[in-house]
Design a protein around this ligand. Structure first.
Ligand code: NAP
Length: 310
């Protein structure tokens, strides 16, 4: 039987830590499980260099390594994976229909673990130089900047952790932050403040990214003084938050004003049989450890939901 002919117990949309953990738990509960993932399983976590706060790895583990292990574990429990972009879901009936890559897949339940994508600054030059000096992934592109001067935009955990990571390659890393205090965890901040290669443009925003064939400078504006200045730079790494991937959802699946899915305690959405887990869900802490926890809860809730399915 092909994947399109089957009716799965559960279809998981997205293959980051939440989706892979949901797959492990669903597999162990002997639920027939299909994962639809737009690229390779691993999600945003696979682009993270050093993971220092995931329990069990006192000497850190890289994102790609951790995610490869999670995928292997999920596949050991019988997970099927299809590579496609989900376009839409019809979720009002008991059998859910998922439309992806021009095909239709069916399941008794759905777990949405589609995660979130990096936000853009939306300034002139950003799109033009993406891949030519503008990057959203230090793990992917950091090695191009050996002995160079790069800018990291943002003050959250991602920005500061990746600024620290870039010190392996670049000679100088300048963090541009729109306020005078970082948002990142205090321990991460301290590590960055202790690193001589990192300096800061406080109360500043990027107004424009300039260059010819690749980035050569940026215009920074100080939001307190309104003064603008141009500084020469070899690369710009942008980490200004994330937006959930929810474009394919029917309106009946309720979200908050930023698009994050609202769930109940069992991670069920406003639509019976549709669950959400990981970064795509509205919650306090978005980390790998909470994503895997969500994945386990959602798969267990699915198991209970299917016990009463007729
Ligand atoms: P975030 O925590 O939302 O931080 C975004 C940063 O970008 C903030 O400092 C924000 O400034 C700044 N910003 C937002 N929009 C901007 C704009 N238009 N122009 C300039 N600056 C802008 O996002 P994140 O760092 O990507 O992290 C996302 C989630 O993942 C967080 O919950 C984070 O804790 C988690 N995370 C955890 C780890 C870890 O623990 N290992 C690693 C990475 C991410 P303000 O501070 O002024 O708002």
């Amino acid at each position: 039987m092909t994947a399109e002919e089957k009716i799965y117990d559960v279809i998981i949309i997205g293959g980051g830590p939440a989706g892979l953990t949901a797959a492990i738990y669903a597999g162990r509960a002997l639920l027939s499980t299909l994962m639809i993932e737009r690229a390779m399983p691993g999600g945003q976590a696979a682009t993270t260099d050093a993971i220092a706060n995931y329990p069990g790895f006192p000497n850190e583990i890289t994102g790609p390594e951790l995610m490869t292990k999670m995928e292997e574990q999920a596949r050991n429990f019988g997970l099927e994976v299809i590579s496609a972009d989900v376009d839409s879901i019809e979720a009002e009936n008991k059998i859910k229909r998922i439309f992806a890559g021009g095909k239709e897949y069916k399941a008794r339940s759905v777990i949405i673990t589609s995660g979130a994508d990096p936000n853009k600054l939306s300034v002139p030059g950003e799109d033009k130089f993406t891949g030519a000096g503008v990057s959203y992934c230090a793990t992917c592109d950091g090695a191009f900047y050996i002995d160079k001067h790069v800018l990291v935009v943002g003050g959250g955990d991602s920005a500061i952790q990746e600024a620290i990571f870039l010190t392996r390659f670049a000679e100088r890393i300048s963090v541009v932050h729109r306020r005078d205090k970082l948002r990142a965890a205090k321990t991460v901040q301290q590590k960055a403040f202790d690193n001589q290669k990192i300096d800061y443009f406080w109360d500043s925003v990027v107004e424009e990214i300039k260059g010819s064939d690749k980035v050569s400078s940026v215009i920074l504006k100080n939001v307190k003084t309104d003064e603008s200045k141009e500084i020469e730079i070899d690369g710009v790494f942008i980490y200004v938050g994330i937006t959930p991937n929810t474009g394919f959802l029917p309106p009946a699946v309720k979200t908050d004003d930023r698009g994050f899915i609202i769930t109940d305690e069992s991670l069920q959405t406003a639509v019976p049989g549709v669950f959400a887990a990981g970064d795509v869900r509205k919650k306090l802490l978005k980390q790998i450890v909470t994503a895997v926890s969500d994945g386990a809860v959602a798969a267990t809730a699915v198991e209970k939901y299917l016990e009463n399915f007729s």
